[in-house]
Ligand binder design. Sequence first.
Ligand code: ADP
Ligand code: MG
Length: 339
Amino acid sequence: MKKLRWGSFILGSLVVSFLFACSGKKELKLYKMTGATQGTYYAITYCADNNENLQPAVDSLLRHFDQSVSTYIPTSLISRMNNNDTTATADQIYETVFKKSMEVSAATDGAFDITVGPLVNAWGFGFSKKANVDQAMVDSLLPLVGYRKVQLLKGKLIKADPRIRVDFDALAQGYTSDWLAEFFESKGIHDYLIDVGGEVLGRGLKPDGQQWSVAIEMPAKNSEDERKVQTILSLKDKAISTSGSYRKYYELNGSRYSHFIDPFTGYPVKHSLLSVSVLASDCITADAYATAFMVMGLEKSKVFLVNHPEMQAYFISDDQKGGFAIYYTPGFEQLLKKN
Ligand code: ADP
Ligand code: MG
């Protein structure tokens, strides 16, 4: 994984302005740590009853995580298994991410598909420079795409074709937040807000007894534009992930190409959906579905969500008149902070 992601983020000023005393729970104090990982940032705020420095452990966990599922590390498990190294065996992180991927692929009729890697690369969003993509090239890569062509058996990746590669970028960063949360829970810490590059998981309460607040970013016109807040919501024992087509894209002959690939056509998806923020009980689910909904588009996602009331989503589309069209699921309403 290596990506910059800003779609949803902790409101820095709100967090920083707390006093270093957790008023709701007198013996607890507020701690905050920030650092770099996976080509982006992490920011963690939590309440604890002692001042043990947890950052070295967090940094070491993050390095361990990279060694499992980061495609940018040639010696990571994912890279070795992609390169058909039969001595590589999946660990718990790889297994969890793989299993969730298959579950989301099945639920979305294949719109979500971790085997799109060769196409992501061809279209210039992976490591290699953008190739001159034409229909013949797409046709040659499509046989390598399809989530039913890969299986994890006793920790080994079984592929229908050795050239198939899996790409966990759509959901592994979300899992990082869940995985770090387990570490904090193991330390007896139950009130925290964990943000890994915009993949946010909030459990328990803020020091003042209020719920954690998270901002959803307003889509930018261009990739380098500064971040602006679209809306703010409360996060209680939930995770939020945003996927957007407005930071990562390229333009060719006046057309914008997003980094979301339609596994059926082999082409980057093209529709007016600019971003989607998904709220779920854990971050890996929120992250996977945020990507899946960007691939599916607004109308298909709406239908899907009617049948999945356990998830909520907030969609921002281009209204084709220079503004935004907003749609959110009914359950989202009560979480939005009126401001
Ligand atoms: P970002 O914050 O970069 O937008 P996402 O979680 O939305 O991150 O994931 C985008 C990544 O997902 C792409 O860079 C690509 O590697 C991968 N991807 C693209 N299309 C699909 C797809 N149809 N199914 C699964 N993963 C995809
Ligand atoms: Mg995602």
